[in-house]
Design a protein around this ligand. Structure first.
Ligand SMILES: [Zn+2]
Length: 343
């Protein structure tokens, strides 16, 4: 094989190797293989120059240098290409771009109120409890001293899922489930959604939040109920809040009371929120009916207790000046985002 031919082969193969290099490391390997001073193929060819007749050496040397120049130029060009490609893959900071707005989640106003109520009650020894939203009529009515043919059952115009299975109409079934699982002393607070066949208008919703408390132990009296709820009202509405009790009726408590708190907006002098009375009704309460204890297997001669229930949605409406309950439940982000950062 003569030298001219070897140079031509080297040039062809060198061009292909350089063009085919896709990384800087591959390109460097090609450079070493082609042009390195000791082990490179061009150096090997040039070492053969010495065996040529003296008159052929200048032309052969010039041909070798030409190939060396071509390959060196191609190597440099390919190196620049690879560097440019690498550069375009590296993300760059554009400091003139406006910042991206971060989505700020917010607790729902009713959740804010529920958390606050639970915090106040936690200081009084109450633990959060939960229960299913689909209940049996035994847990929702019968165990709560409300036979299915009792007139009180008509108060809950209920969503039935199947015979005997319904969407709970109050959170009271959680009291039953807790008492079935635990012996006294018991102090729980049970928030959750409840369902009634009410119209969806400014003051009614077919699904809404309720929250109940239950305390059972030996020797619990109505005094404990009044003291607990007075302390609760001060914790939630401020140290000047007062409560008053009006006789009422619930199937599962006896005696029963409606509990009013002094109007947190006017302080008791009378305003539109309290309809000029100075009082706002916030909950129902009473001493647990002995029949309820018998349904869960408690000795009603030994244990007594009290229960209370309220609508945190209603308290949220008072607190935040909301006049239409529907806005609490129709998931309008323009309304909800106002509560971002509130805790
Ligand atoms: Zn008022």
């Amino acid at each position: 094989m003569n030298l001219e031919h070897e140079l031509a082969v080297l040039e062809t193969e060198g061009r292909a190797a350089i063009a085919g290099a896709t990384t800087e490391a591959e390109l460097e390997a090609a450079r070493i293989r082609l042009l390195a001073r000791k082990e490179g193929r061009l150096s090997a060819i040039m070492r053969g120059l010495g065996q040529l007749p003296p008159e052929q050496r200048p032309a052969a040397g010039a041909a070798s240098n030409r190939v060396k120049d071509i390959l060196t130029e191609l190597l440099d060009a390919r190196a620049a290409e690879l560097a440019a490609a690498q550069d375009s893959k590296t993300p760059r900071l554009d400091l003139t771009l406006p910042g991206r707005a971060t989505w700020r989640g917010a607790k729902h106003p009713v959740t804010l109120v529920i958390d606050e109520i639970c915090d106040v009650l936690a200081h009084l020894g109450f633990t959060r409890a939960r229960g299913p939203e689909a209940e049996t009529d035994w847990y929702n009515f019968i165990a709560l001293n409300t036979p299915l043919d009792h007139p009180a059952a008509d108060m809950h115009d209920t969503f039935y899922l199947a015979p005997g299975i319904l969407l709970r109409s109050h959170t009271s079934p959680v009291q039953i489930r807790t008492m079935q699982e635990h012996q006294p002393p018991i102090r729980i607070v049970a928030p959750g959604m409840v369902y009634r066949r009410d119209p969806f208008d400014a003051s009614h919703a077919p699904a809404f939040d309720q929250l109940e408390g239950l305390a059972v132990d030996e020797g619990v009296t109505f005094v404990d109920l009044k003291a607990t709820l007075a302390e609760f009202a001060r914790g939630l509405f401020g140290s000047s809040a007062r409560v008053r009790f009006r006789p009422s009726y619930f199937p599962f408590t006896e005696p029963s009371a409606e509990v009013d708190v002094s109007c947190m907006l006017c302080g008791g002098s009378g305003c539109s929120a309290c309809k000029g009375t100075g009082w706002i009704e916030i909950m129902g309460a009473g001493m647990v009916h002995p029949a309820v204890f018998e349904h869960v297997g408690y000795d009603s001669e030994r244990y007594t207790g009290f229960a209370f229930g309220m609508g945190p949605g209603r308290i949220a409406m008072l607190r935040y000046g909301i006049h239409d309950i529907r806005i609490l439940y129709d998931s309008d982000v323009r309304f909800l985002e106002q509560f971002a950062g509130v805790s």
